[in-house]
Design a protein around this ligand. Structure first.
Ligand code: CTP
Length: 474
Protein backbone atom coordinates (compact mmCIF):
# COMPACT_ATOMS: atom_id res chain seq x y z
CA UNK A 1 0.00 0.00 0.00
CA UNK A 2 1.32 3.45 -0.92
CA UNK A 3 0.79 5.25 2.38
CA UNK A 4 1.80 8.64 1.02
CA UNK A 5 -0.90 8.43 -1.61
CA UNK A 6 -3.52 7.16 0.88
CA UNK A 7 -2.82 10.07 3.25
CA UNK A 8 -3.09 12.59 0.44
CA UNK A 9 -6.81 11.81 0.10
CA UNK A 10 -7.42 14.12 3.12
CA UNK A 11 -5.54 17.47 3.26
CA UNK A 12 -5.25 17.52 7.08
CA UNK A 13 -2.18 15.23 7.09
CA UNK A 14 0.02 17.54 4.94
CA UNK A 15 -1.37 20.53 6.81
CA UNK A 16 -0.42 19.16 10.23
CA UNK A 17 2.98 18.10 8.80
CA UNK A 18 3.67 21.64 7.54
CA UNK A 19 2.78 23.24 10.88
CA UNK A 20 4.86 20.65 12.75
CA UNK A 21 7.80 21.39 10.42
CA UNK A 22 7.59 25.08 11.26
CA UNK A 23 7.65 24.19 14.95
CA UNK A 24 10.42 21.66 14.36
CA UNK A 25 8.37 18.93 15.96
CA UNK A 26 8.44 15.31 14.85
CA UNK A 27 4.81 14.33 14.37
CA UNK A 28 3.10 11.05 13.58
CA UNK A 29 -0.36 9.82 12.76
CA UNK A 30 -1.00 6.96 15.22
CA UNK A 31 -3.46 4.44 16.59
CA UNK A 32 -6.83 3.44 15.20
CA UNK A 33 -6.64 5.52 12.04
CA UNK A 34 -3.44 3.79 10.87
CA UNK A 35 -4.81 0.37 11.79
CA UNK A 36 -8.04 0.98 9.90
CA UNK A 37 -6.21 2.45 6.91
CA UNK A 38 -4.12 -0.71 6.57
CA UNK A 39 -7.22 -2.86 7.01
CA UNK A 40 -9.18 -0.78 4.55
CA UNK A 41 -11.85 -0.01 7.15
CA UNK A 42 -13.58 3.32 7.64
CA UNK A 43 -12.29 5.34 10.59
CA UNK A 44 -13.79 8.21 12.55
CA UNK A 45 -11.03 9.76 14.61
CA UNK A 46 -7.57 10.99 13.66
CA UNK A 47 -4.86 10.91 16.35
CA UNK A 48 -1.49 12.63 16.13
CA UNK A 49 1.38 12.18 18.50
CA UNK A 50 4.27 14.66 18.49
CA UNK A 51 7.58 14.80 20.24
CA UNK A 52 6.85 17.89 22.30
CA UNK A 53 3.76 19.76 23.44
CA UNK A 54 0.63 18.36 21.76
CA UNK A 55 -1.60 21.19 23.00
CA UNK A 56 0.70 23.81 21.43
CA UNK A 57 0.70 21.91 18.16
CA UNK A 58 -3.11 21.72 18.20
CA UNK A 59 -3.34 25.50 18.71
CA UNK A 60 -0.93 26.19 15.87
CA UNK A 61 -2.79 23.80 13.54
CA UNK A 62 -6.07 25.49 14.42
CA UNK A 63 -4.53 28.93 13.62
CA UNK A 64 -3.34 27.63 10.26
CA UNK A 65 -6.76 26.44 9.14
CA UNK A 66 -8.76 28.60 6.77
CA UNK A 67 -11.89 27.99 8.78
CA UNK A 68 -10.75 28.47 12.36
CA UNK A 69 -11.75 25.55 14.55
CA UNK A 70 -11.90 25.91 18.34
CA UNK A 71 -9.41 23.82 20.28
CA UNK A 72 -10.79 21.72 23.13
CA UNK A 73 -8.07 21.18 25.66
CA UNK A 74 -8.13 18.24 28.08
CA UNK A 75 -5.45 19.41 30.47
CA UNK A 76 -5.56 16.35 32.72
CA UNK A 77 -4.73 14.11 29.81
CA UNK A 78 -2.36 16.55 28.08
CA UNK A 79 -4.41 16.26 24.89
CA UNK A 80 -6.24 18.71 22.64
CA UNK A 81 -8.89 18.20 19.99
CA UNK A 82 -10.02 20.14 16.94
CA UNK A 83 -13.05 19.33 14.82
CA UNK A 84 -12.15 19.55 11.16
CA UNK A 85 -15.23 18.89 9.05
CA UNK A 86 -16.60 15.57 10.33
CA UNK A 87 -13.26 14.53 11.74
CA UNK A 88 -12.25 14.70 15.38
CA UNK A 89 -8.53 15.37 15.25
CA UNK A 90 -6.64 14.77 18.45
CA UNK A 91 -3.11 15.82 19.44
CA UNK A 92 -0.93 14.51 22.24
CA UNK A 93 2.74 14.78 23.13
CA UNK A 94 4.58 11.44 23.18
CA UNK A 95 4.78 10.15 26.71
CA UNK A 96 5.74 7.31 28.88
CA UNK A 97 3.26 6.63 31.53
CA UNK A 98 2.97 4.48 34.56
CA UNK A 99 -0.15 3.92 36.58
CA UNK A 100 -0.11 3.29 40.28
CA UNK A 101 -1.67 0.01 41.17
CA UNK A 102 -4.35 1.46 43.50
CA UNK A 103 -5.61 4.18 41.18
CA UNK A 104 -6.35 4.98 37.57
CA UNK A 105 -4.49 8.28 37.80
CA UNK A 106 -1.46 8.04 35.54
CA UNK A 107 1.87 9.67 36.26
CA UNK A 108 2.83 11.10 32.92
CA UNK A 109 6.27 12.06 31.67
CA UNK A 110 7.20 13.02 28.16
CA UNK A 111 8.93 10.29 26.21
CA UNK A 112 10.12 9.11 22.83
CA UNK A 113 7.84 7.89 20.05
CA UNK A 114 8.76 4.30 20.82
CA UNK A 115 8.00 4.75 24.52
CA UNK A 116 4.63 6.18 23.56
CA UNK A 117 3.92 3.28 21.24
CA UNK A 118 4.92 0.77 23.89
CA UNK A 119 2.39 2.10 26.40
CA UNK A 120 -0.50 1.65 23.98
CA UNK A 121 -2.87 -1.29 24.22
CA UNK A 122 -2.22 -3.63 21.27
CA UNK A 123 0.47 -3.95 18.62
CA UNK A 124 -2.08 -3.25 15.88
CA UNK A 125 -2.81 0.09 17.60
CA UNK A 126 0.85 1.11 18.02
CA UNK A 127 1.52 1.85 14.35
CA UNK A 128 2.69 5.33 13.47
CA UNK A 129 3.03 7.14 10.13
CA UNK A 130 5.29 10.19 9.89
CA UNK A 131 3.70 13.41 8.57
CA UNK A 132 6.68 15.80 8.52
CA UNK A 133 7.74 16.81 5.01
CA UNK A 134 11.08 14.94 5.19
CA UNK A 135 9.62 11.49 5.91
CA UNK A 136 5.92 11.91 5.06
CA UNK A 137 4.20 8.51 4.78
CA UNK A 138 6.95 6.51 6.49
CA UNK A 139 5.63 3.70 8.69
CA UNK A 140 7.08 3.27 12.20
CA UNK A 141 6.35 -0.21 13.48
CA UNK A 142 8.70 -1.31 16.28
CA UNK A 143 6.29 -3.92 17.71
CA UNK A 144 5.43 -5.85 14.54
CA UNK A 145 1.93 -4.45 14.35
CA UNK A 146 1.76 -5.00 10.59
CA UNK A 147 2.70 -8.65 11.02
CA UNK A 148 -0.08 -9.03 13.63
CA UNK A 149 -2.56 -7.35 11.31
CA UNK A 150 -1.66 -9.90 8.65
CA UNK A 151 -1.74 -12.83 11.05
CA UNK A 152 -4.97 -11.46 12.54
CA UNK A 153 -3.69 -11.40 16.11
CA UNK A 154 -4.45 -9.15 19.08
CA UNK A 155 -1.28 -8.89 21.15
CA UNK A 156 -0.02 -6.43 23.75
CA UNK A 157 3.23 -4.62 22.87
CA UNK A 158 4.65 -5.15 26.36
CA UNK A 159 4.09 -7.66 29.14
CA UNK A 160 0.30 -8.24 29.26
CA UNK A 161 0.30 -7.84 33.05
CA UNK A 162 1.66 -4.30 32.65
CA UNK A 163 -0.61 -3.37 29.72
CA UNK A 164 -3.72 -4.63 31.53
CA UNK A 165 -2.94 -3.30 34.95
CA UNK A 166 -2.20 0.13 33.39
CA UNK A 167 -5.80 0.15 32.17
CA UNK A 168 -7.98 -2.91 32.89
CA UNK A 169 -10.58 -1.75 30.35
CA UNK A 170 -8.09 -2.94 27.74
CA UNK A 171 -9.14 -6.52 28.56
CA UNK A 172 -12.61 -5.67 27.25
CA UNK A 173 -11.05 -3.84 24.32
CA UNK A 174 -8.96 -6.92 23.39
CA UNK A 175 -12.13 -8.96 23.10
CA UNK A 176 -13.98 -6.15 21.33
CA UNK A 177 -11.25 -5.80 18.69
CA UNK A 178 -11.05 -9.60 18.28
CA UNK A 179 -14.84 -9.66 17.71
CA UNK A 180 -14.99 -6.66 15.37
CA UNK A 181 -11.98 -7.68 13.28
CA UNK A 182 -12.48 -11.47 13.54
CA UNK A 183 -8.99 -11.81 15.04
CA UNK A 184 -7.55 -14.26 17.57
CA UNK A 185 -6.06 -13.15 20.86
CA UNK A 186 -2.43 -14.25 21.32
CA UNK A 187 -2.16 -16.96 24.02
CA UNK A 188 0.02 -14.95 26.43
CA UNK A 189 -2.24 -11.93 26.00
CA UNK A 190 -5.30 -14.07 26.74
CA UNK A 191 -3.56 -15.58 29.80
CA UNK A 192 -2.95 -11.99 30.90
CA UNK A 193 -6.67 -11.31 30.72
CA UNK A 194 -7.46 -14.42 32.76
CA UNK A 195 -5.04 -13.48 35.50
CA UNK A 196 -6.08 -9.80 35.61
CA UNK A 197 -9.85 -10.29 35.16
CA UNK A 198 -10.70 -9.23 38.72
CA UNK A 199 -9.04 -5.83 38.10
CA UNK A 200 -11.99 -4.92 35.90
CA UNK A 201 -13.70 -3.95 39.18
CA UNK A 202 -11.90 -0.57 39.17
CA UNK A 203 -13.42 0.36 35.79
CA UNK A 204 -16.66 2.34 35.62
CA UNK A 205 -19.82 0.58 34.48
CA UNK A 206 -20.26 3.14 31.69
CA UNK A 207 -16.92 2.26 30.09
CA UNK A 208 -17.58 -1.47 30.40
CA UNK A 209 -21.04 -1.32 28.83
CA UNK A 210 -19.70 0.78 25.99
CA UNK A 211 -17.32 -2.02 25.04
CA UNK A 212 -19.91 -4.73 25.67
CA UNK A 213 -22.40 -3.02 23.35
CA UNK A 214 -19.73 -2.86 20.65
CA UNK A 215 -19.21 -6.60 21.06
CA UNK A 216 -22.97 -7.17 20.87
CA UNK A 217 -23.12 -5.17 17.63
CA UNK A 218 -20.57 -7.37 15.82
CA UNK A 219 -21.60 -9.82 13.09
CA UNK A 220 -21.26 -12.85 15.36
CA UNK A 221 -21.53 -11.69 18.97
CA UNK A 222 -21.28 -15.25 20.34
CA UNK A 223 -17.54 -15.15 19.61
CA UNK A 224 -16.98 -12.18 21.90
CA UNK A 225 -19.23 -13.63 24.62
CA UNK A 226 -17.36 -16.94 24.58
CA UNK A 227 -14.08 -15.05 25.06
CA UNK A 228 -15.66 -12.98 27.86
CA UNK A 229 -16.91 -16.16 29.51
CA UNK A 230 -13.73 -18.23 29.23
CA UNK A 231 -11.49 -15.35 30.35
CA UNK A 232 -13.57 -14.81 33.50
CA UNK A 233 -14.49 -11.21 32.56
CA UNK A 234 -18.19 -11.96 32.08
CA UNK A 235 -18.47 -13.18 35.68
CA UNK A 236 -17.10 -9.83 36.83
CA UNK A 237 -20.04 -7.80 35.54
CA UNK A 238 -22.80 -10.16 34.35
CA UNK A 239 -23.02 -13.18 36.69
CA UNK A 240 -26.66 -13.85 35.70
CA UNK A 241 -25.50 -14.72 32.22
CA UNK A 242 -22.70 -16.95 33.49
CA UNK A 243 -25.30 -18.81 35.58
CA UNK A 244 -26.99 -19.92 32.35
CA UNK A 245 -24.04 -22.14 31.59
CA UNK A 246 -24.10 -25.84 32.45
CA UNK A 247 -26.21 -28.93 32.04
CA UNK A 248 -27.87 -30.87 34.85
CA UNK A 249 -28.94 -34.47 34.51
CA UNK A 250 -31.15 -36.76 36.56
CA UNK A 251 -31.07 -40.31 35.23
CA UNK A 252 -31.28 -40.00 31.47
CA UNK A 253 -33.00 -36.61 31.61
CA UNK A 254 -30.94 -33.50 31.03
CA UNK A 255 -31.67 -29.98 29.75
CA UNK A 256 -29.83 -27.96 27.16
CA UNK A 257 -27.01 -25.60 28.08
CA UNK A 258 -28.84 -22.29 28.25
CA UNK A 259 -25.71 -20.18 27.88
CA UNK A 260 -24.80 -21.63 24.50
CA UNK A 261 -28.47 -21.67 23.50
CA UNK A 262 -28.72 -17.94 24.34
CA UNK A 263 -25.62 -17.23 22.25
CA UNK A 264 -27.12 -19.10 19.32
CA UNK A 265 -30.33 -17.07 19.62
CA UNK A 266 -28.24 -13.89 19.77
CA UNK A 267 -26.33 -14.84 16.61
CA UNK A 268 -29.59 -15.69 14.87
CA UNK A 269 -31.03 -12.28 15.73
CA UNK A 270 -27.74 -10.58 14.75
CA UNK A 271 -27.90 -12.22 11.32
CA UNK A 272 -31.22 -10.49 10.65
CA UNK A 273 -31.09 -7.11 12.39
CA UNK A 274 -28.77 -4.35 13.55
CA UNK A 275 -31.02 -3.42 16.45
CA UNK A 276 -29.00 -3.31 19.67
CA UNK A 277 -32.14 -3.67 21.77
CA UNK A 278 -33.49 -6.71 19.95
CA UNK A 279 -30.05 -8.23 20.50
CA UNK A 280 -30.38 -7.38 24.20
CA UNK A 281 -33.79 -9.08 24.24
CA UNK A 282 -32.10 -12.21 22.87
CA UNK A 283 -29.45 -12.03 25.62
CA UNK A 284 -32.11 -11.63 28.31
CA UNK A 285 -34.87 -13.93 27.07
CA UNK A 286 -33.92 -16.96 29.21
CA UNK A 287 -32.06 -15.09 31.96
CA UNK A 288 -34.37 -16.46 34.67
CA UNK A 289 -33.99 -20.10 33.68
CA UNK A 290 -31.47 -20.89 36.44
CA UNK A 291 -33.77 -19.29 39.04
CA UNK A 292 -36.86 -21.20 37.89
CA UNK A 293 -35.30 -24.58 37.15
CA UNK A 294 -37.08 -27.57 38.70
CA UNK A 295 -36.95 -31.32 38.17
CA UNK A 296 -40.10 -33.35 37.90
CA UNK A 297 -39.99 -37.17 37.66
CA UNK A 298 -42.68 -37.29 35.00
CA UNK A 299 -41.79 -34.40 32.69
CA UNK A 300 -38.10 -33.86 33.42
CA UNK A 301 -36.64 -30.35 33.69
CA UNK A 302 -38.96 -27.37 33.74
CA UNK A 303 -38.46 -23.60 33.82
CA UNK A 304 -42.02 -22.52 34.61
CA UNK A 305 -42.51 -18.78 34.75
CA UNK A 306 -39.00 -17.93 33.54
CA UNK A 307 -40.48 -15.37 31.12
CA UNK A 308 -42.23 -13.45 33.94
CA UNK A 309 -39.33 -13.69 36.33
CA UNK A 310 -36.93 -12.68 33.51
CA UNK A 311 -39.05 -9.60 32.85
CA UNK A 312 -38.94 -8.76 36.56
CA UNK A 313 -35.14 -9.18 36.61
CA UNK A 314 -34.63 -6.89 33.60
CA UNK A 315 -34.76 -3.44 35.32
CA UNK A 316 -32.28 -4.49 38.03
CA UNK A 317 -29.81 -5.86 35.52
CA UNK A 318 -30.16 -2.82 33.26
CA UNK A 319 -29.65 -0.44 36.18
CA UNK A 320 -26.56 -2.25 37.39
CA UNK A 321 -25.04 -2.47 33.90
CA UNK A 322 -25.68 1.27 33.34
CA UNK A 323 -28.00 0.53 30.45
CA UNK A 324 -30.85 2.99 29.84
CA UNK A 325 -33.90 2.71 32.11
CA UNK A 326 -36.29 4.34 29.62
CA UNK A 327 -38.49 2.84 26.88
CA UNK A 328 -35.51 0.76 25.63
CA UNK A 329 -35.49 -1.20 28.89
CA UNK A 330 -39.28 -1.50 28.74
CA UNK A 331 -39.02 -2.86 25.20
CA UNK A 332 -36.53 -5.56 26.26
CA UNK A 333 -38.66 -6.36 29.29
CA UNK A 334 -41.76 -6.72 27.12
CA UNK A 335 -40.08 -9.09 24.67
CA UNK A 336 -38.70 -11.21 27.52
CA UNK A 337 -42.16 -11.43 29.06
CA UNK A 338 -43.93 -12.31 25.82
CA UNK A 339 -41.35 -14.60 24.20
CA UNK A 340 -43.30 -17.81 24.81
CA UNK A 341 -46.69 -16.47 23.78
CA UNK A 342 -46.50 -16.92 19.98
CA UNK A 343 -45.60 -20.60 20.41
CA UNK A 344 -48.78 -21.08 22.40
CA UNK A 345 -50.74 -19.71 19.43
CA UNK A 346 -49.63 -22.42 17.02
CA UNK A 347 -52.49 -24.70 17.95
CA UNK A 348 -55.34 -24.74 15.38
CA UNK A 349 -57.93 -24.29 18.10
CA UNK A 350 -56.48 -20.99 19.27
CA UNK A 351 -59.19 -18.37 19.61
CA UNK A 352 -59.16 -14.95 18.03
CA UNK A 353 -59.32 -13.57 21.56
CA UNK A 354 -55.86 -14.99 22.35
CA UNK A 355 -54.46 -13.46 19.16
CA UNK A 356 -56.07 -10.11 19.95
CA UNK A 357 -54.57 -10.15 23.43
CA UNK A 358 -51.06 -10.72 22.10
CA UNK A 359 -51.47 -7.93 19.54
CA UNK A 360 -52.74 -5.65 22.26
CA UNK A 361 -49.80 -6.43 24.57
CA UNK A 362 -47.03 -6.41 21.95
CA UNK A 363 -48.28 -3.34 20.05
CA UNK A 364 -45.81 -2.14 17.45
CA UNK A 365 -43.19 -4.59 18.67
CA UNK A 366 -45.06 -7.64 17.40
CA UNK A 367 -42.72 -8.12 14.41
CA UNK A 368 -39.65 -7.94 16.66
CA UNK A 369 -41.26 -10.44 19.01
CA UNK A 370 -41.84 -12.83 16.10
CA UNK A 371 -38.19 -12.38 15.04
CA UNK A 372 -37.04 -13.25 18.55
CA UNK A 373 -39.27 -16.35 18.55
CA UNK A 374 -37.92 -17.54 15.22
CA UNK A 375 -34.35 -16.96 16.46
CA UNK A 376 -35.21 -19.01 19.57
CA UNK A 377 -35.53 -22.16 17.44
CA UNK A 378 -32.06 -23.64 17.85
CA UNK A 379 -32.69 -27.38 17.46
CA UNK A 380 -30.01 -29.31 15.61
CA UNK A 381 -32.72 -31.37 13.94
CA UNK A 382 -33.42 -29.65 10.60
CA UNK A 383 -36.76 -31.33 10.30
CA UNK A 384 -37.88 -29.90 13.64
CA UNK A 385 -36.54 -26.44 12.79
CA UNK A 386 -38.53 -26.41 9.54
CA UNK A 387 -41.67 -27.50 11.34
CA UNK A 388 -41.34 -24.83 14.06
CA UNK A 389 -40.64 -22.08 11.57
CA UNK A 390 -43.63 -23.14 9.45
CA UNK A 391 -45.73 -22.94 12.62
CA UNK A 392 -44.58 -19.37 13.18
CA UNK A 393 -45.57 -18.56 9.61
CA UNK A 394 -49.05 -19.79 10.50
CA UNK A 395 -49.15 -17.63 13.64
CA UNK A 396 -47.98 -14.63 11.60
CA UNK A 397 -50.81 -15.18 9.17
CA UNK A 398 -53.41 -15.49 11.91
CA UNK A 399 -52.11 -12.35 13.61
CA UNK A 400 -52.31 -10.43 10.35
CA UNK A 401 -55.91 -11.54 9.80
CA UNK A 402 -56.99 -10.46 13.26
CA UNK A 403 -55.08 -7.18 12.99
CA UNK A 404 -56.72 -6.38 9.66
CA UNK A 405 -60.13 -6.97 11.23
CA UNK A 406 -59.75 -5.39 14.63
CA UNK A 407 -56.76 -2.98 14.51
CA UNK A 408 -55.62 -3.69 18.03
CA UNK A 409 -51.94 -3.09 17.62
CA UNK A 410 -51.97 0.37 19.16
CA UNK A 411 -55.19 0.05 21.04
CA UNK A 412 -56.68 3.31 22.26
CA UNK A 413 -59.83 2.93 24.36
CA UNK A 414 -62.77 4.02 22.13
CA UNK A 415 -64.33 5.75 25.16
CA UNK A 416 -61.90 7.68 27.36
CA UNK A 417 -62.00 8.06 31.11
CA UNK A 418 -62.76 11.80 30.69
CA UNK A 419 -65.78 10.99 28.55
CA UNK A 420 -67.07 8.47 31.08
CA UNK A 421 -66.74 11.04 33.87
CA UNK A 422 -68.51 13.73 31.80
CA UNK A 423 -71.38 11.46 30.72
CA UNK A 424 -72.14 10.25 34.25
CA UNK A 425 -70.92 13.30 36.17
CA UNK A 426 -68.38 11.23 38.05
CA UNK A 427 -65.19 12.25 39.82
CA UNK A 428 -62.03 10.24 39.05
CA UNK A 429 -62.78 6.99 40.83
CA UNK A 430 -62.51 3.24 40.72
CA UNK A 431 -65.81 2.85 38.88
CA UNK A 432 -64.47 4.87 35.92
CA UNK A 433 -61.48 2.55 35.67
CA UNK A 434 -63.75 -0.51 35.96
CA UNK A 435 -65.97 0.68 33.10
CA UNK A 436 -62.95 1.31 30.87
CA UNK A 437 -61.45 -2.07 31.70
CA UNK A 438 -64.71 -3.93 31.02
CA UNK A 439 -65.05 -2.25 27.62
CA UNK A 440 -61.46 -3.19 26.74
CA UNK A 441 -62.03 -6.79 27.86
CA UNK A 442 -65.20 -7.05 25.76
CA UNK A 443 -63.29 -5.87 22.69
CA UNK A 444 -60.40 -8.28 23.29
CA UNK A 445 -62.84 -11.14 23.87
CA UNK A 446 -64.64 -10.26 20.63
CA UNK A 447 -67.98 -9.56 22.34
CA UNK A 448 -68.13 -6.13 20.71
CA UNK A 449 -66.28 -4.50 17.81
CA UNK A 450 -63.48 -2.02 18.42
CA UNK A 451 -65.52 1.12 17.64
CA UNK A 452 -67.14 3.99 19.49
CA UNK A 453 -70.83 3.23 18.98
CA UNK A 454 -70.58 -0.36 20.24
CA UNK A 455 -68.36 0.74 23.11
CA UNK A 456 -70.86 3.44 24.16
CA UNK A 457 -73.76 1.04 23.97
CA UNK A 458 -71.95 -1.45 26.19
CA UNK A 459 -70.94 1.33 28.59
CA UNK A 460 -74.61 2.37 29.11
CA UNK A 461 -75.62 -1.23 29.72
CA UNK A 462 -72.81 -1.79 32.23
CA UNK A 463 -73.54 1.51 33.98
CA UNK A 464 -77.24 0.69 34.28
CA UNK A 465 -76.34 -2.61 35.91
CA UNK A 466 -74.17 -0.75 38.41
CA UNK A 467 -76.99 1.72 39.05
CA UNK A 468 -75.09 4.69 37.61
CA UNK A 469 -77.24 7.28 35.94
CA UNK A 470 -76.52 9.49 32.97
CA UNK A 471 -76.18 13.26 33.60
CA UNK A 472 -79.50 14.85 32.68
CA UNK A 473 -78.17 17.48 30.26
CA UNK A 474 -75.73 15.18 28.46
N1 CTP B 1 -5.51 3.36 23.60
C1 CTP B 1 -4.88 2.58 24.55
N2 CTP B 1 -5.59 2.11 25.63
C2 CTP B 1 -6.89 2.41 25.77
C3 CTP B 1 -7.54 3.19 24.82
C4 CTP B 1 -6.81 3.66 23.73
O1 CTP B 1 -3.71 2.31 24.41
N3 CTP B 1 -7.56 1.96 26.84
C5 CTP B 1 -4.72 3.88 22.44
C6 CTP B 1 -4.65 2.94 21.26
O2 CTP B 1 -3.38 3.14 20.65
C7 CTP B 1 -5.75 3.41 20.35
C8 CTP B 1 -5.73 4.92 20.57
O3 CTP B 1 -5.33 5.07 21.95
O4 CTP B 1 -5.52 3.07 19.01
C9 CTP B 1 -7.06 5.61 20.31
O5 CTP B 1 -8.06 5.09 21.12
P1 CTP B 1 -9.59 4.94 20.71
O6 CTP B 1 -9.97 6.12 19.91
O7 CTP B 1 -10.35 4.61 21.94
O8 CTP B 1 -9.60 3.60 19.86
P2 CTP B 1 -9.32 3.31 18.35
O9 CTP B 1 -8.12 2.41 18.30
O10 CTP B 1 -9.25 4.57 17.57
O11 CTP B 1 -10.53 2.38 17.91
P3 CTP B 1 -12.10 2.68 17.99
O12 CTP B 1 -12.34 4.01 17.37
O13 CTP B 1 -12.68 1.52 17.25
O14 CTP B 1 -12.45 2.62 19.45
Amino acid sequence: MNLEKSLDTIPIFRQVGAVADQMEMETYLVGGYVRDLLLNRPSKDIDFVCIGDGIRLARAVSESLEEKAPVSVFKNFGTAMIKVGDWEVEFVGARKESYQSHSRKPQVESGSLQEDQERRDFTINTLGIAVNQGNFGELVDPFDGVKDLKRKIIRTPSDPDITFSDDPLRMMRAIRFASQLKFDIAPDTFDGIISNASRLSIISGERIIDELNKIIMTDKPSYGFKLLFVSGLLAEFFPEMVALQGVDSVGDKSHKDNFYHTLQVLDNVAARTDSLWLRWAAIMHDIAKPATKRFNQKVGWTFHGHEDKGARMTPGIFRRLKLPMDERMKYVQKLVKLHLRPIALVNDKVTDAALRRLLFEAGDDIEDLMQLCRADVTSKNDHKVKRFLANFDKVDKKLQEVEAKDQLRNFQPPVSGDEIMAIFDLKPSRVVGDLKEEIKEAILEGQIQNNKSEALELMYRLAAKKGIEKKTNY
